[in-house]
Design a protein around this ligand. Structure first.
Ligand code: NAD
Ligand code: 4PL
Length: 247
């Protein structure tokens, strides 16, 4: 087993709170030097202080090419990062009748185009530095379920799954692995206090196992997928939802 991430440089986007913060913590505890990137810079710095292990918090809007490129260059410290986790996203709860062009565009930009922006730069840097790095995208089991009240989100996450497969194909020849995780409903900071929290009873009924999914349940699987233990895995979407969806 080589689950250790000692000496690896990692970036986790949207990691000021929730699942992203739990991922940043798991990677830092496995030995990686972690940059916590978030549009909420104060939150990112607070998360870094909380996690310790040399984690650093930075302000970065994942939808802005210039900000993302600079954030990744800073994180690479004249080389390349080894691990990019594309986690930043908006988790909306919106009736179909209220979905308009503005909402659709914001969700596609934040939840799908952001994944392209960071992956473009990070894989270019990995290739230039001859680094066999890895990209891990956080999609959602809402893509499989067609979960109600988040149509643009479901579409964006489907795009993330498709892009995961395509990018894995494009960069596999350089030894760069690209995978995704599709979490089910998770009791994250964002979900707590949102209308999604009211779905736990229904979702639990659909799960094969009872219980409320926690950010750490996702983080542990991510830590494995970005480690050398998953070295023969690429282009995969790993579903982590207590068996709500049985693929
Ligand atoms: P959350 O709302 O608790 O946290 C999301 C973070 O992303 C926040 O810190 C926010 O500031 C940041 N963010 C938003 N827009 C950004 C931008 N433009 N640039 C940079 N950062 C930005 O969310 P969460 O529940 O922890 O979800 C994390 C990931 O897991 C997301 O990709 C989400 O779609 C996915 N997911 C969540 C659930 C769930 O039930 N919580 C289920 C499946 C998938
Ligand atoms: C099943 O990704 O996958 C609610 C909120 N329910 O964000 C999600 C399910 C939500 C989900 C999601």
């Amino acid at each position: 087993m080589s689950t250790s991430l000692e000496g690896r440089k990692a970036v986790v986007t949207g990691a000021a709170q929730g699942i992203g913060k739990a991922i940043a913590k798991a990677l830092a505890e496995a030995g990686a030097k972690v940059v916590i990137s978030d549009i909420n810079g104060e939150g990112a710095k607070a998360a870094a202080a909380d996690i310790g292990h040399g984690a650093v918090g930075v302000t970065c809007d994942s939808t802005k090419v210039d900000q993302v490129n600079k954030m990744l260059e800073d994180a690479a410290e004249n080389g390349a990062i080894d691990i990019l986790v594309n986690n930043a996203s908006i988790v909306p709860y919106i009736a179909w009748d209220d979905v308009d062009m503005e909402h659709w565009q914001k969700i596609i930009d934040t939840n799908l185009t952001s994944v392209f922006i960071a992956s473009r730069k990070a894989t270019d840097m990995m290739r230039a530095a001859d680094r066999k790095g890895t990209v891990l995208n956080i999609a959602s089991n809402a893509f499989y379920a067609g979960t109600p009240n988040m149509s643009a989100y479901v579409a964006a996450k489907g795009g993330v799954v498709g892009f995961t497969r395509a990018l894995a194909t494009e960069v596999g020849k350089y030894g760069i692995r690209v995978n995704a995780v599709t979490p089910g409903l998770i009791d994250s900071d964002g979900v707590k206090g949102s209308p999604h929290a009211e779905s736990f009873g229904f979702v639990e009924m659909l799960q094969a196992m009872p219980g409320k999914g926690q950010p750490e349940d996702i983080a542990k699987v991510v830590a494995f997928l970005v480690s050398d233990d998953a070295g023969w895995m690429t282009g995969q979407c790993v579903n982590v939802d207590a068996g709500m969806i049985r693929l």
